[in-house]
Design a protein around this ligand. Structure first.
Ligand code: FAD
Length: 502
C-alpha cells in the first residue's frame, strides 16, 4: 500500500488559534513522520483580546499534559466560576450564570423541577442558594478538587480561567516548539493553488521564501487569507440576529483581589465586560455602530474602569457569522478566520478547541475524503448555531425597551429552535440538549430565570415526593453548599498558595 499520510502541515497565523492548533497537532501526530510549520507576522500581530474562557479549556490543557498551576502562573490567570450579568433583564437587576449544576436531582428527576415547585411554598429560596459556584464566587472563595481530601460535593464546581491570551499563545508556542514545530516569522504575500484540482500548494513570504504543504490551517484571524483569500469560501452573515459589530478594549490596574468571575453589564447599545487577571483587569465594550459612536462607546467604557488605564483604547470591528465551509479542499480554518460570535459567553476559544478536536478525530490523508470534510463542516456548523442561539437568548429574554437599540432587539425574529427551547423552559422547565450542544439546562435556567423568564410551572412528575421530603432535601442542599463554601480558602489565598505569577 502506498503511504498517503499527510507529511507536511502549514499553519498560517500565530494567535491563540494558531498556537493551540500547533500544540495539539504536535501532541497527537507522529512528529518524526509529520512536519509542522507555523508562520506568524510580528508586523501584523494578533487581535490582542480573548481573555475569558469556559471550563472545557481545562480539558484541552489536560489533553496536552500541561500542569495547571504552571499554566496559571505563566498566563497571569485567575479562576472563573461563572459570569455575573448586570442590567440584562431589567436595569438594576443582577444574576449569576454559574459553571456548574444547581442542587442535586431527586429520585432521577431534575433538581430544578422541585425548585420550581418550591416557588409555591412560603419557604422559597432563589437559584443562587443552590449553586456552589455562585455562593463561592460571591464569597470570593475558590478550591479545586485535587487540593482537598474527598470532597465529592466539589465535583459540582466547574471552573475556567481568565488569562492573558498573548501569554497563553507564548506558552503554547514553547510547548509546540519543544515538540518539533518549526516557527517562521514573516508575512505571507501570495498563495499558490494546484492547477489540477484547485487545492492549495504553497505560500510565498515577502522574503521570497516559498513553503509548501499537504494540509493548510488558516489561523490568520479576520483576514482569512487562505480559506477566503485563496479559496474564496464566503461568509454567512448573522448580523440580522446579533447586530453588534464593534468593540473597544482597555486594560486597567487592579484595585482589589481578583474576583473569581467575569462581569458583563448591559449598556444602552451593547454591553461591557470586566475580566480580572492576577496583574490587571481586562475591560471592553461590545456595541452596535448603528446605535453608538466610537467616542461614546469609549466614554462609557472609561466610566466603568475601576483602576488607572494601562493602554490606549484598542478599537475592533467584526461581523457576526460563520464561514460557509470551515474545511475546503486541503485547508481548515480555525479561530476568527472561521467565524465570530461576540464574547458574551466567552465561547470563541472553545470553538477553536472544538475545531481542533474534530480535526484530530477526522484527520485526513492526502486523498482528503469528502466524507470526512463534510462531517467536519456539519459538526462545526451545528456547534456555532447552538452557541449563537444561546447568545441571542440574552438579548430577547428581557424587558429592556429603554433605548432605540433595545427596542430594535425586540424586533429580532429568533431561529425557530430557539423559540421552541424558550417555550419549553418557560412553560414547565423542560430542556433537551440537542446533539452535543455546549450549554446545559443549568445555563438556560440561569439566563431565563435571571432575566425574568423562568419556568411558570413544573413537570407533574415532581409531585412524586411529599412536600416535607422536598422541603428537607432542598434545605439539606443549601446547608451543605453553605458549609462547603465556608470551609474554602479565598480565591486569593488559593492563588498565593499554588499558582501566583512572578
Ligand atoms: P488573531 O489573534 O488575529 O491572529 C492572527 C494571526 O495571523 C497573527 O499571528 C497574525 O500575525 C497572523 N497573520 C495574519 N495575516 C498574516 C499574513 N499575511 N502573514 C503571516 N501571518 C499573518 N474569545 C474568548 O474565548 N474569550 C473572550 O473573552 C474573547 N473576547 C473577545 C473580545 C473581542 C472584542 C474579540 C474581537 C474577540 C474575542 N474573543 C474571545 C475571540 C478571541 O480573541 C479569538 O478567538 C482568539 O484570539 C483567536 O484569534 P485568532 O488566533 O483566530 O486570530
Amino acid at each position: 500500500m502506498t503511504d498517503r499520510n499527510i507529511r507536511k502541515i502549514l499553519i498560517v497565523g500565530g494567535g491563540t488559534a494558531g498556537w493551540m492548533a500547533a500544540a495539539a497537532l504536535s501532541r497527537y501526530l507522529p512528529m518524526g513522520r509529520t512536519e509542522i510549520t507555523l508562520i506568524e507576522s510580528d508586523e501584523i500581530g494578533t487581535v490582542g483580546v480573548g481573555e475569558a474562557t469556559i471550563p472545557q479549556i481545562a480539558v484541552f490543557n489536560k489533553m496536552l499534559g500541561i500542569n495547571e498551576d504552571e499554566f496559571v502562573k505563566a498566563t497571569y490567570a485567575t479562576f472563573k466560576l461563572g459570569i455575573e450579568f448586570q442590567d440584562w433583564g431589567r436595569i438594576g437587576e443582577t444574576y449569576f450564570h454559574p459553571f456548574g449544576e444547581y442542587g442535586y436531582d431527586l429520585e432521577g428527576i431534575d433538581f430544578h423541577q422541585f425548585w420550581v415547585r418550591s416557588k409555591q411554598s412560603n419557604d422559597f429560596h432563589g437559584l443562587d442558594e443552590y449553586s456552589l459556584n455562585t455562593k463561592a464566587a460571591y464569597a470570593g472563595k475558590f478550591i479545586r478538587l485535587d487540593a482537598v481530601n474527598g470532597g465529592s460535593v466539589l465535583s459540582k464546581m466547574g471552573y475556567a480561567f481568565h488569562f492573558d491570551a498573548g501569554k497563553y499563545a507564548s506558552y503554547l508556542s514553547e510547548y509546540a516548539k519543544k515538540r518539533g514545530v518549526r516557527r517562521l516569522e514573516g508575512k505571507v504575500c501570495s498563495v499558490t493553488k494546484r492547477s489540477t484540482d484547485g487545492f492549495l500548494e504553497s505560500v510565498q513570504l515577502e522574503t521570497g521564501d516559498v513553503i509548501d504543504a499537504d494540509l493548510f490551517i488558516d489561523c490568520t484571524g479576520f483576514k482569512a487569507l487562505l480559506i477566503n483569500g485563496a479559496l474564496g469560501v464566503g461568509y454567512e452573515d448573522w448580523s440580522h440576529l446579533l447586530p453588534m459589530d464593534r468593540a473597544v478594549a482597555i486594560p486597567c490596574a487592579s484595585v482589589e483581589f481578583a474576583k473569581p468571575y467575569t462581569i458583563s453589564k448591559a449598556q444602552s447599545a451593547g454591553w461591557t465586560w470586566k475580566i480580572p487577571l492576577q496583574n490587571r483587569i481586562g475591560n471592553g465594550h461590545v456595541y452596535s455602530s448603528k446605535f453608538m459612536s466610537k467616542e461614546m462607546a469609549t466614554q462609557i467604557l472609561e466610566k466603568e474602569l475601576v483602576g488607572e488605564a494601562l493602554a490606549d483604547p484598542n478599537h475592533l470591528r467584526f461581523q457576526t457569522g460563520i464561514r460557509e465551509k470551515f474545511w475546503e479542499a486541503n485547508c481548515v480554518s480555525l479561530g476568527l478566520s472561521s467565524g465570530f460570535l461576540e464574547p458574551l459567553e466567552s465561547t470563541s476559544i472553545h470553538l477553536i478547541q472544538s475545531g481542533i478536536s474534530k480535526l484530530i478525530a477526522l484527520f485526513p490523508d492526502r486523498d482528503f475524503s469528502p466524507t470526512d470534510r463534510d462531517e467536519y463542516n456539519r459538526l462545526l456548523n451545528v456547534s456555532y448555531k447552538h452557541i449563537r442561539d444561546f447568545i441571542i437568548l440574552h438579548y430577547i429574554a428581557t424587558d429592556r425597551q429603554d433605548s432605540p437599540f433595545w427596542k430594535e432587539m425586540q424586533k429580532i425574529d429568533p431561529p425557530s429552535t430557539l423559540k421552541q427551547k424558550m417555550k419549553l423552559m418557560q412553560e414547565k422547565g423542560r430542556f433537551f440538549r440537542y446533539e452535543d450542544e455546549l450549554f446545559s439546562v443549568a445555563s438556560w435556567l440561569a439566563v431565563m430565570e435571571g432575566q425574568g423568564m423562568g419556568p411558570q410551572h413544573y413537570n407533574p412528575v415532581a409531585d412524586t415526593l411529599s412536600d416535607l421530603n422536598v422541603k428537607q432535601s432542598l434545605e439539606n442542599m443549601r446547608s451543605l453548599f453553605t458549609k462547603t463554601v465556608a470551609a474554602m480558602p479565598t480565591h486569593q489565598q488559593f492563588i498565593d498558595r499554588y499558582c501566583k505569577s512572578a
